[in-house]
Unconditional design. Structure first.
Length: 243
């Protein structure tokens, strides 16, 4: 096989740590989903943090919250995804570009599916658990953090800190905006954050696994064609000698 190997989007030294994180996040999503299934009021934890059924911020912070919320809306999310994919391709990280589309898409899809299954509502009938906005921005931040980790060759500790910090910041910022605007309960935001932590690492591993297998098959076919060409040349040389 010729050429340099394509870098993995999920560094090997982060797989075990992110795998454990994904398991814990999955358990959290399930527990919260069971606790708040079918509810239409804030829970005890929600009331302890803030009353999320009415706007809790006023200008100028309200404008910041609205701008942040826009990043999770279709137009804003599409802009971020296109920008992220373009950046990955410019940096020659095709696996990361695939993960932006597939990983973020699967995270949002999982959040949407969970909303229908759990059936928790806010403001009378809007499905709220888990927060798709929080899940989206957290997933995108995780992809960017993994890209930076691989690009600069960060070690286990530095890579883990960067990935965790990116997820925390993205989830906190979007979560604040959603709760401040009264679009979600605080526990909805936690559920969305955990959904991203549960889905994205697994998707990253699958992207690497699939790409490695495709690379092996391509390498095998290339090797077979090279062997065939070598055999043909040797056969031609033998025929010329006999002449």
């Amino acid at each position: 096989m010729t050429g340099q190997p394509v870098p993995a989007v999920l560094p090997p030294w982060l797989r075990a740590w992110l795998g454990l994180t994904a398991v814990l996040a999955t358990l959290t999503v399930v527990v919260l989903g069971v606790l708040y299934a079918g509810h239409s009021e804030p829970g005890t934890v929600d009331r302890w943090i803030i009353q999320p059924t009415a706007d809790s911020v006023r200008p100028p912070l309200r404008y910041v919250a609205l701008a942040t919320d826009f990043l999770g809306e279709p137009a804003g999310a599409a802009t971020l995804v296109v920008a992220a994919v373009t950046g990955c391709l410019l940096l020659r990280r095709p696996r990361a570009a695939v993960l932006v589309v597939v990983g973020v898409g699967m995270t949002v899809g999982a959040a949407t599916l969970l909303k229908s299954v759990v059936g928790r509502t806010i403001h009378g009938g809007n499905l709220s658990y888990p927060s798709g906005h929080a899940a989206f921005l957290t997933a995108l931040a995780l992809v960017v953090a993994l890209l930076v980790t691989g690009r600069f060759g960060l070690g286990r500790r530095a890579g883990a800190v960067l990935v965790l910090a990116a997820a925390l910041v993205a989830g906190a910022v979007m979560g604040w905006a959603q709760v401040a605007l009264g679009a979600h309960y605080p526990t909805d935001v936690l559920g969305g954050w955990c959904t991203a932590l549960a889905v994205l690492p697994v998707t990253a591993w699958l992207v690497d696994r699939t790409a490695d297998r495709l690379g092996e098959r391509t390498g095998d076919r290339t090797g077979e064609r090279a062997d065939d060409r070598t055999g043909d040349r040797m056969g031609d040389a033998g025929r010329q000698e006999r002449r």
